[in-house]
Design a binder for this molecule. Sequence first.
Ligand code: UDX
Ligand code: ADP
Length: 499
Amino acid sequence: MATPASARTKIACYIKREKMVKICCIGAGYVGGPTMAVIALKCPSIEVVVVDISIARIAAWNSEQLPIYEPGLEDVVKQCRGRNLFFSTEVEKHISEADIIFVSVNTPTKTQGLGAGKAANLTYWESAARMIADVSKSDKIVVEKSTVPVKTAEAIEKILNHNSNGINFQILSNPEFLAEGTAIQDLFKPDRVLIGGRETPEGQKAIKALRDIYATWVPEDRIIATNLWSAELSKLAANAILAQRISSINAMSALCEATGADVTEVAYAVSKDSRIGPKFLNASVGFGGSCFQKDILNLVYICECNGLPEVANYWKQVIKINDYQKTRFVNRVVASMFNTVSGKKIAILGFAFKKDTGDTRETPAIDVCKGLLGDKANISIYDPQVTEEQIQRDLSMNKFDWDHPIHLQPMSPTAVKEVTVTWDAYQATNGAHGICILTEWDEFKALDYQKIYDNMQKPAFIYDGRNIMDVEKLRKIGFIVYSIGKPLDAWLKDMPAVA
Ligand code: UDX
Ligand code: ADP
């Protein structure tokens, strides 16, 4: 679909030149890559260049093997790459040529100094802003795409305007709400597009220029314009409230196990209240991903800095329940195996933080594996999209170190020798005492569990951290099964599992 002529004229009008609109996106990650690919697909008359300081990442975007696994992404990239979508390491050149610059760089949690363990480290954002100020020779719209703390736009505005040489920069906040695994569908049909900007005439013009791009394929009533701070805070609020729903149902799952209620039945009954609704009520071993924990920590820090300790504590609890859920899971495993997994082989099916992605950032599998390793288990891992190198890196990295450009991350210490990684579920489970299902990959439901059972030590245990298995069928085969928040197997009833 082409950009409507009216939209093109309006965008061109803002930038006062009759030429092809150029977009540059700084950061070719999980957000920048798919988002820009979809803009390029939907707006063939706009040139989109995604730049990154990582040579390897750009090379991968230009190859047959994209750097991230996302259903439908390859197809979109293939349609536009080389036409109006480009991936490049020539950061300065493309920034200087662009009319609109999206910034989608890492915003790690600080590990040192003021706000360590909570506040966002804006180093990469600041260096991107300084680069924009240094190389720009014409007016630009700068769009915040990565999730940032409230008031970041103001700080960025200051950096740009103090170094501007008379160039006009308009800052917009346009947080991305896509979820991994469904990114392309989310981008094609977003629930909403949020654009925050200054309430000045120039700010409003910039909002309109960006709105006109999205209006090419997003219905107008789904494009919301707000002030800058509302847009920034809305992203943190949306993620905190989504995570809160998961922690709420996970808290209920512990109570279900204690009382004999079934969390799936409880969630279903609750979800039928149209004020609550059915989504994000699946009890699990815990939520993961690059956003939820980080964004809540950010929110907590902002509350504390604004003298709101009660509000900070309220949100902290969402993370505490998530940690509790992971510990509770490990305790169930260890307690049911006669209180020790020392020297026992435990198979881990699924390492990614959810299905349909190879992303392992903050995956609950890291804490579960570390818990089992702490009890001296030997673990054997299979995930259809995660490499051995990634798993070893995740298991030996310090908390929060994952959120830096890959070539700046600390070197991985030596591999954890009690961990093996295979590309085959049957090999991973062969000779194991127990199986932990930590990601809800569809293929795990279709495995031959009779064959798996026959090749395991007895008694053979399955711990379903995603509630995807047909428990009755597994029990018939002979497995002792633990599912989150479900009536307990007789075997587990007498085992203490307090986290
Ligand atoms: C999230 C937000 O959904 C998205 O809008 C935002 O832009 C980025 O953060 P993402 O982290 O990609 O997206 O995945 P999401 O689908 O939200 O899942 C997050 C975690 O919660 C996963 O580990 C998932 O397995 C878990 N989850 C999700 C549950 O445990 N139960 C549920 O009911 C839903
Ligand atoms: P997200 O999930 O938010 O997309 P990623 O970590 O996947 O985050 O992507 C961020 C990307 O930004 C990384 O590929 C990193 O190399 C890149 N990056 C960080 N700082 C800069 C910079 N100053 N210039 C260009 N690219 C950068």
